[in-house]
Design a protein around this ligand. Sequence first.
Ligand code: URP
Ligand code: ZN
Ligand code: ZN
Length: 491
Amino acid sequence: MGVLFKNGTVVTASDMTQADVLVEGEIITLIGQNIAPGGHEVVDCTGKYLLPVGIDVHTHLDLAFGGTYSNDDFNTGHRAAGFGGTTTHIDFVIQPKGGSLHDGLNVWREKAKPAQIDYAFHMAVTDLRPDVMDEIPSMVAEGVTSLKLFMAYKNVFQIDDATLFKTMQIAAQHGMIVMVHAENGDVEASLTPALLAAGKTDPKYHAASRPPEIEGEATNRAVVMSGLTGCALYVVHMTCESAVDALRRGRTLGYPVMGETCVQYFFLTVDDHLAQPDFHGAKFVCSPPIRSTHDQGILWQAVKDGTLQVVSTDHCDFWFEGGVGPVKEWAEAHNGGDWHTFEAQDPTYRRPGKELGKGNFAKIPNGLPAIEDRMMAVWHGGVNSGKLSPQRFVELNCTNPAKIFGMYPKKGAIAVGSDADILVWDPNKTHTLSAKTHHMHTDYNLFEGMEVKGVPVQVYLRGSKIVDGDQWHGKNGNGQFVARKPNAPVL
Ligand code: URP
Ligand code: ZN
Ligand code: ZN
């Protein structure tokens, strides 16, 4: 006995076809015209689209960062993702300073125990000692086939050029992909104190401390190293013209370089958001910063013409008004500690959030809430406006993420033999994005009040319905780790 999706339009990265889809167990077993209902449970999809469910390859759940922790974890973040039509994500394990890659992996496996949707891990290398170089190949057997390096966040996560180059050499030998956060952290570390000393402490000066040039420069540096080493490179959260130009140049030269942007960079600007008065701009502080309407046009063009292959979120959410309780003492006592226990003892407590940076933009925790809104906002801004076809939408948000990160065709496809991760999408239904209704564990929404047309109505994870309208049917522990394959294609 299976589940038969009848009368819908199947949207894949290449086609839009009227077809029925049969799911038996966790797998799609048949796609065709007029499949007989037999004894199957029938889901009438008249007027609806059937999409492969979204894959978000860039998230930071439960991350110790900026003097606090990101709010959403592998419980709340999974629920929010599912409601937004995403059932697989890849989170960044951080190698602890002085520790091994496996130490980091063990920490993230523990965090992931309540998983309600499927997940995988990238490995962020922060300390490339000789023993860590030797350890890198063992990540492939763990199903972790991508390494992340931060070219920014000096004295926190930042690595030097030698580390980037050596990591790429090792990764290339083992069919792994290297991802970079491309901003010149040394230049940022020089600009920031000068701005603060001049009294420029408001959130909007965060953007001045990280101008687009330092993103373009770092992107170019990583692209050149990809060309020299032959290592597949994926540049995360690209925001601006100089970075897109650097990537495009590398691709023209035939280097194995790819890139993503994140949903927020299509919609938010310094002038309209980061510069909001009374510290409200802090809600929009992330790195690299949100940019200008000019850059937004560049990004839409780049996802359209194939210079960029993926749209993700970089979901890393913090309270706007957090810190109910003794903020300073908490941050000192618990940064790096076990906030789960602490919050369980005092459920009224809110861990510190954006307010840590009042009077000093450099102390605002960097990161934004977006895991729930990506699919709806990109459909609305991209497909409804005619900038993207529905097929390109699927390619950017579902299929390319699976291909580039070694999960295809298990994930990212509506095809016989693929996991039955099916998103029933109503292209005519409207919804207003808002903190009042979202499921992300934060007190503001980036797109507050934006009315979108095109929303998830039902979401299936490996054949099980986890979302039905506003009802959640997911269960803790049902999310599975996805072991990824090496030697994934460069798109
Ligand atoms: O501001 C951001 N992007 N926070 C998350 C960490 C990162 O750089 O991706
Ligand atoms: Zn980053
Ligand atoms: Zn990130």
